[in-house]
Design a protein around this ligand. Structure first.
Ligand code: ADP
Length: 535
């Protein structure tokens, strides 16, 4: 530092409170629309949600929630969830969104690993809650009711009705604000904890025109769940920009989503390819049923977007934009926006570009390294594992687990194998992590293999991802039976069902005499994929 000069800029903290207060003060009248599990639509505003967040914070405080305490949520995309998104971080606590699709055993592990003290459950998810409730002694269980009061738990609305609104206190931007779990290749899910600063910067950059482009003129429908990497940050970006927010609840079938898009004049929506696959089929079947003149863009990510999806939506005059990200990157990492010079390019060239994962978002740095640890050239030919760093990229997991995912010089290893073109546009070619991504949710092939190999008749098992039109990928098990042993696919699936949810079970079980092995004794999954992917 040169002592002759010092920065005169204020050291102003970048906290989510700034976004909540902005929504309350400047976007108070902007609509927040929720579709309930019953299908009914309820309407409120950012102003109402922000002022209810003040009461909610008071109520949580009176229940003993203090700075750094974890408040779990088991909820859909709904206005009460937004209130928790506002209240919990602004009071200095940490919102921990739970994925109700996980297996009870995983949920039980996660709430204990996070150390959740209070949990807020939507009434429609009480059955899921009951499935893991016994694993943790929550200090308080709060239920968002739509029908009447549930016995033995605190009622969300009653709590709010009896609370006086709080004034937000000053926070440090490096304080934790939110957390979310990500499935690992092996072992248990790992917690990613986001700071206020990370989420504020993520919101600002997401809203940029060439990123997700969120403005006060938009009506944003996050199909991606609020328990999945903060619905890709869209609730905060919408609150910051003052965009209308449409929260679809649990009904994500194509017709329900299309009805919402048409009825609420949605301009932008976001989710994983599986959802849009269904929407496209519905639009193709009844092209005149839904009028969507305002729908400007569909942000699709979480898994690769096939060219047929771009083409299909183009036929309906709807633009798909691909984005790449991870729970560990909060999640925005890259967006694929067609560069200007391709406006006049041929159609193949344009689709060729749009099917790539895109260019790193501002402040996200990328590099890729090959098996020898050498940084690859950006020549669109060399392949390496993508590594990232940046202000909203996680630098460690909760509890210090998963250290192998970080390099010695401070980069996060994504497990995605990529080529990078001379302009920095990424193309994912493969995955080094052993996972199957089905309908946007991970299935651990390693965990399935371990359970299969615990069956007395199974000598060896390998699980691979095979392409699937509807789900993107589905697990397929390749099994070597012990000498003289027998087992049917049904028997092995029943055995797996003891530990896994139904949607995680392999659709196909193939029996082989031996599994191809590499020199280091690992199953050669690439070979298995060639053998079975299209069979
Ligand atoms: P998310 O919550 O966004 O699904 P996850 O952390 O569960 O994030 O998964 C991140 C992984 O999903 C990435 O490492 C990559 O393998 C895959 N992925 C995300 N976006 C894309 C994309 N556009 N194309 C291909 N794969 C993607």
């Amino acid at each position: 530092m040169n002592p002759d000069i010092a920065s005169g800029s204020m050291d102003h903290q970048l906290t989510l409170t700034g976004i909540v207060e902005r929504a309350e003060r400047f976007h108070a009248g902007q609509a927040v629309i929720s579709r309930r599990p019953s299908g009914a639509v309820s309407r409120t505003t950012f102003g109402a949600c922000a002022s209810r967040a003040r009461r909610l914070a008071a109520a949580l405080r009176s229940l003993g929630v203090g700075v750094g305490d974890r408040v779990a949520t088991l909820m859909w995309n709904q206005s009460e969830h937004l209130e928790l998104y506002f209240a919990v971080p602004a009071m200095g606590a940490v919102i921990h969104t739970l994925n109700p699709r996980l297996f009870p055993d995983e949920l039980g592990f996660i709430v204990n690993d996070a150390g959740d003290t209070v949990i807020v459950v939507d009434e429609s998810l009480l059955e899921v809650f009951e499935s893991f409730r016994a694993t943790r002694d929550f200090a308080h269980i709060i239920v968002v009711n739509h029908s009447g009061e549930a016995a033995g738990t605190l009622d969300y609305e009653t709590l709010l009705a009896h609370a006086e609104p709080v004034e937000w206190s000053a926070l440090d931007e490096r304080q934790p604000a939110a957390m979310c779990y990500t499935s690992g290749t092996t072992g248990r899910p790992k917690g990613v904890v986001y700071s206020h600063r990370a989420l504020v910067l993520h919101s600002l950059v997401s809203a940029l025109p060439d990123q997700l482009a969120v403005s006060a003129r938009d009506t944003v429908l996050p199909v991606v769940p609020m328990f999945h990497a903060n619905a890709w940050g869209l609730p905060y970006a919408a609150a910051l920009a003052g965009a209308r927010l449409v929260l679809p609840g649990p009904r994500l079938d194509p017709e329900s989503v299309l009805d919402l898009c048409a009825n609420e004049h949605v301009t932008m929506t976001a989710g994983v390819p599986t959802v849009w696959m269904g929407m496209l089929a519905a639009l193709d079947a009844e092209p005149d049923r839904w009028k969507l003149p305002e729908l400007d863009r569909l942000i699709v990510g979480g898994a690769a977007v096939p060219q047929s999806m771009f083409e299909g939506f183009d036929r309906h005059g709807l633009t798909v934009v691909q984005a790449w990200g991870m729970t560990e990157t909060a999640p925005l990492g890259a967006v694929c926006r067609l560069p200007e010079h391709l406006d006049t390019g041929g159609q193949d060239e344009r689709y060729g570009y749009r099917t790539r994962q895109g260019v790193a978002s501002p402040f996200v740095e990328i590099r890729a390294r090959d098996d020898n640890g050498e940084t690859i050239a950006w020549d669109d030919a060399a392949m390496g594992e993508l590594e990232v760093r940046g202000p909203w990229v996680t630098g460690s997991y909760h509890g210090g687990r998963g250290a192998e995912n970080f390099t010695d010089d401070g980069w996060f290893r994504t497990g995605d194998v990529v080529r990078i073109d001379p302009h920095g546009c990424i193309r994912i070619c493969d995955r080094s992590k052993d996972l199957v991504k089905s309908g946007g949710e991970w299935i651990s092939s390693v965990d399935l293999e371990n359970q299969l190999m615990s069956h007395p008749s199974v000598a060896q098992a390998a699980v691979i991802a095979v392409p699937d039109d509807r789900w993107g990928e589905r697990p397929l098990a390749v099994v070597v039976l012990r000498d003289n042993a027998t087992a049917s696919p049904e028997e092995l699936r029943d055995h797996l069902a003891e530990e896994f949810a139904k949607w995680q079970l392999p659709d196909r079980v193939e029996f082989v005499a031996a599994l191809p092995c590499s020199a280091t004794g690992k199953f050669k999954k690439s070979e298995l994929r060639t053998m079975f992917a299209t069979a």
